[in-house]
Ligand binder design. Structure first.
Ligand SMILES: Nc1ncnc2c1ncn2[C@@H]1O[C@H](COP(=O)(O)OP(=O)(O)OP(=O)(O)O)[C@@H](O)[C@H]1O
Length: 223
């Protein structure tokens, strides 16, 4: 098993109010497993993904990545785990502005000390249709192009787990389908696990399972 989360709780304070976003969310994921998380706007889907990659802390509950309890990890340990084993596609892409598309894609490979970082990143950019944009900086790319760089970066170190927040949100239908094909093929070929947050029912249906996040709890089923 790649990921096993039990009873995750998370609250935010906004002024005088406390918002209980996750009230005991549990999920598990095996390799080659593909899981869609759906739910209404504001139900906590992005918060859940941020927690699963350790960017956001939990208030309670356990998260085991393989056999390690990552809720006890320091920020440094979590950064190292993300670099080696977790690829994340954020809703806002989070590309590094002063690095070009190639350098952004190479980053996880370089952190991992891969000597073929440049070749691998170029080949990934080619597979997402961006070879010609490799030397462009994020502010010279369209939203959909940035999203494709973010996807290439997330896949670059062949992680065990890919977390993707609305990964085809900025792409036209045809490009979205072809990039998602690439992602699903890779998951199958490389024994990865994939969790994706999406509003698109067609995309959710391509996953083996769908979990609905509602009132802080994850349940099997459709929205
Ligand atoms: N850092 C934060 N501080 C305070 N409140 C937050 C914070 N992050 C998220 N929230 C609140 O937590 C709730 C869940 O937000 P989240 O972004 O996880 O929802 P979502 O399901 O991903 O929404 P959408 O589908 O619109 O992207 C919202 O009410 C949001 O305002």
């Amino acid at each position: 098993m790649i990921l096993n989360c039990q009873n995750i709780t998370k609250s935010f304070t906004q002024g005088p109010n406390q918002i209980d976003v996750l009230k005991g969310a549990s999920l598990s994921l095996d390799s080659k497993d593909t899981l869609a998380v759906v739910g209404k706007s504001g139900s906590g889907k992005s918060t859940l993904l941020s927690i699963l990659c350790g960017i956001e802390s939990v208030d309670g509950g356990q998260i085991h990545f393989e056999d390690r309890d990552i809720t006890k990890y320091s920020q440094q340990e979590m950064t190292a785990l993300r670099a080696s084993s977790i690829g994340v596609v954020f809703q806002q892409f989070h590309l590094i502005e002063h690095l070009n598309a190639l350098e952004n894609t190479m980053l996880p490979l370089e952190i991992a000390g891969d000597e073929n970082a440049r070749e691998k990143a170029l080949s990934l950019l080619e597979s997402v249709g961006l070879k010609e944009r490799a030397l462009h900086f994020p502010n010279q790319l369209s939203g959909g192009e940035k999203q494709r760089v973010a996807i290439a970066r997330a896949m670059s170190n062949r992680p065990k787990l890919i977390l993707a927040d609305e990964p085809s949100g900025s792409l036209d239908e045809e490009t979205g389908v072809s990039i998602m094909n690439l992602l699903f093929d890779l998951v199958e070929k490389e024994d990865m696990g994939l969790i994706l947050v999406t509003h698109e029912m067609q995309l959710a249906k391509r996953c083996k399972r769908t979990l609905v996040l509602s009132q802080g709890v994850l349940k099997e089923g459709n929205l």
